[in-house]
Design a protein around this ligand. Structure first.
Ligand code: BT5
Length: 325
């Protein structure tokens, strides 16, 4: 961990303040270097006071995603987030990540952007990503799976999202299969899982996550006003984006470790508890086919099992769902 991240972690862990000599000793740098880091953190928007008796105390963090700040809040053995990059603006964090993945970046890299000019959903749909209003991120994974099993990754991401979002007071998220998180029936978050694979193994998976955090109604584009919402709109409060970002990375790390350890069924169970699609009559467009039936369960690979009107079970790996009356 870099010195700035170590300093932030120590400040955050202490309620009373941390002395200069303790910082020097634990971070392993000089007093002058500590002072320079404190100045840089203040420049970045952190409110830090210094007193001769109590040492340094963190009062407030800025509403800005900073790689060192996010890193300092994650566990040291976390796979996801061991490297974090924050950029102000890009077309799509999934595209940024694709370049890094082709350049052999190790798994666990996370790229955040404060805004995206070409944020995308599935099948090239647009994803609205206004500046500093949400979390727009991509995570690089190199799982020991074959292509068909990668639905497990989307399921794991959905579980990580609902667990993190649920921590915000008064917010009750639900999952609409396969990749939507809804609150009060409106979309608050979406997942775009893309991969590069060979017949017998997956080279890499990019999990793109968009979460609407602090948009007010005016920040939601006209064409999606009836279907989209934000955490601020449903909770009535501004949400700390850095805290939410680290909660999501932490939960995703837990879920991903279970997938890799062959314990997907545990995630599947949690997922089923939050999924509003199960037990409903649905129709799914998958490629050129439309399948109608009852969404019964998730199987052990992460596919949705749908019982058609003819009593046959269809295994669905992806598609767009509509609830039937
Ligand atoms: C998704 O697609 O829900 C996946 C969204 C993934 C976005 C992340 S952001 C970071 C990473 N980089 C990217 O470029 N993408 C990922 P889909 O199920 O196809 O839903 C897309 C539809 O959701 C659009 O056609 C709109 O109707 C709606 N939509 C667009 N922006 C939205 C928003 N901010 N909140 C809620 N709904 C939105």
């Amino acid at each position: 961990m870099k010195p700035a991240a170590k300093i932030l972690r120590m400040l955050r862990d202490s309620e009373t303040g941390v002395g200069g000599s303790e910082l020097c000793e634990k971070v392993g740098i000089s007093r002058a270097a500590i002072w320079a880091h404190m100045e840089a953190l203040r420049q970045a928007g952190f409110e830090i006071i210094a007193s001769p008796h109590r040492g340094y105390k963190l009062l407030k963090s800025p509403d800005k995603l900073l790689a060192e700040d996010l890193r300092s809040r994650l566990a040291t053995d976390s796979i996801i987030g061991r490297n974090i990059i924050v950029i102000d603006s890009t077309t799509s964090t999934n595209d940024e990540m694709d370049c890094k993945a082709r350049d052999a970046a190790p798994e666990g890299l996370v790229i955040f952007a404060e805004t995206q000019t070409g944020g995308r959903g599935r099948m090239g749909r647009k994803w609205s990503s206004p500046i500093k209003k949400g979390l727009w991120l991509s995570v690089l994974l190199r799982p020991p799976l074959v292509a068909d099993e990668c639905t497990q990754i989307t399921i794991a991401a959905a579980v990580a999202l609902v667990i993190s979002i649920k921590k915000i007071n008064g917010v009750e998220p639900e999952i609409k299969w396969p990749n939507d998180i809804l609150v009060n029936g409106k979309k608050i978050s979406g997942i775009l899982t893309e991969m590069s694979s060979e017949p017998d193994h997956v080279k890499y998976v990019i999990v793109g996550i968009g979460v609407n955090v602090n948009q007010s109604s005016d920040d939601i584009p006209e064409d999606i006003k009836t279907i989209a919402t934000s955490l601020k709109m449903v909770s009535g409060k501004t949400v700390d984006r850095s805290q939410l970002a680290t909660d999501i990375l932490h939960e995703l790390d837990n879920c991903y470790k279970k997938v890799v350890a062959g314990r997907f069924s545990e995630i599947g169970e949690t997922w089923s508890g939050y999924c509003s699609t199960l037990g409903k009559r649905i129709s799914i467009k998958t490629g050129s086919r439309t399948i109608t039936g009852c969404a019964e369960a998730l199987d052990e690979t992460g596919a949705l099992l749908v019982r058609t009107q003819h009593g046959r079970i269809e295994r669905i790996l992806g598609g767009d769902i509509n609830l039937e009356k």
